[in-house]
Design a protein around this ligand. Structure first.
Ligand code: P6P
Length: 327
């Protein structure tokens, strides 16, 4: 069976050369991260780094290592004007005179890293926008709306290393082939079923949720005899990449809503390198992505570490949840 490589698939989609080369650099960085994750136990890097990131989260050693890999590989690409990392406060400007056509790459180098020491799936999430004009290398220049993304994706470090991407022509899933070292196309044209009976949410925050979220989950849990008239299943991986990957494969809805515990920050998950890229992927696969009160990618950024509420997945179920917020 002929196998389609990442490059062949992107060429088939008439992806411009600069973007194709950038996507290949990102794939290379992700494979290097995957190698470090797989060998983490032997290299003694599964622990904490005794440092905190800009989010105030204790960093895992592999968080720092993964960020360094991304900076080294993707930052070396001459078309990249800036890198925005979950792990780093400041924007990493690679050019002092960013030009129209240059790329800005937003990324979470190792999402879900609290799962590392229990050997559960983690991943890397990225979002790409292209500057439409020359700009000064300042923080405001990277506050670009999610609708301006030209590409997005994630790597998932699980039983196999997967790479799921979009360049605006649907969503394709690749799997790293250890023999060839290539990412080969294994899930072309991924599509999210519009309806679902499976939700993903951290139910330990029940007492913090806003009333619409509490009522939605209560109604789902009442099953066939309740107002939803069907039984629901629940999954929660504490790894957004793993939960979103499941939804892209079999449908579902993922919720990390604003609640009384994170309201001051606007939510838990970050707009530029979690919500926007996952929102683009989900919408490109026929799903929907919402803050509960509006489309995620329409949020006007006010900061590159801004947080937002996230509700995404099967489009009919997202619409049901938005109805609860309107009631
Ligand atoms: P909680 C991981 O830290 C993360 O950013 C997402 O990957 C994940 O969905 C969420 O936070 C898990 O949050 O509150 O369950 O630990």
């Amino acid at each position: 069976m002929t196998q389609t490589t990442l490059r062949a698939q992107l060429q088939g989609q008439k992806t411009d050369t600069d973007l194709l080369m950038l996507m290949e650099d990102i794939a290379t960085a992700c494979q290097m991260i995957a190698d470090r994750v797989r060998h983490g136990a032997f290299a003694g890097v599964l622990g904490t780094a005794n440092t905190e990131n800009i989010q105030g989260e204790t960093q895992k050693e592999l968080d720092v290592i993964s960020d360094e890999i991304f900076q080294q590989i993707v930052g070396a690409n001459p078309t990249v004007a800036a890198l925005v990392s979950e792990e780093v406060d400041e924007v990493n400007w690679r050019k002092q005179s960013p030009q129209a056509g240059d790329f800005v790459v937003y990324y979470d180098p190792l999402d879900g890293s609290s799962n590392l020491d229990v050997n559960l799936s983690v991943g890397t999430i990225f979002s790409i926008v292209r500057l439409d004009a020359a700009t000064a290398p300042d923080a405001a220049a990277v506050q670009i709306k999610g609708t301006q993304q030209i590409a997005a994706g994630y790597a998932i470090y699980g039983p196999s290393t997967g790479l799921v991407i979009t360049v605006g022509q649907g969503v394709d899933g690749f799997t790293h082939h250890p023999g060839s070292g290539e990412f080969l196309l294994t899930q072309p044209a991924m599509n999210i079923p519009p309806q679902t009976q499976e939700f993903a949410i951290n139910t330990s925050r029940y007492d913090l949720w806003e009333a619409p979220v509490r009522k939605y989950i209560d109604d789902c849990l009442r099953g066939a005899s309740g107002p939803r008239a069907k039984k629901f299943n629940m999954r929660w991986c504490a790894s957004m990449v793993a939960d979103v990957h499941r939804i892209l494969i079999r449908g579902g809805v993922f919720l990390y809503p604003k609640d009384s515990g994170n309201a001051a920050q606007g939510g838990k998950l970050r707009l530029m390198y979690e919500a926007n890229p996952m929102g683009m992927l989900v919408e490109q696969a026929g799903g929907a992505s919402s803050t509960g009160r509006g489309r995620i990618m329409e949020v006007d950024p006010t900061g590159h570490h801004q947080r937002v509420p996230v509700i995404l997945g099967s489009r009919d179920e997202v619409a049901v949840i938005e109805e609860y917020y309107r009631d």
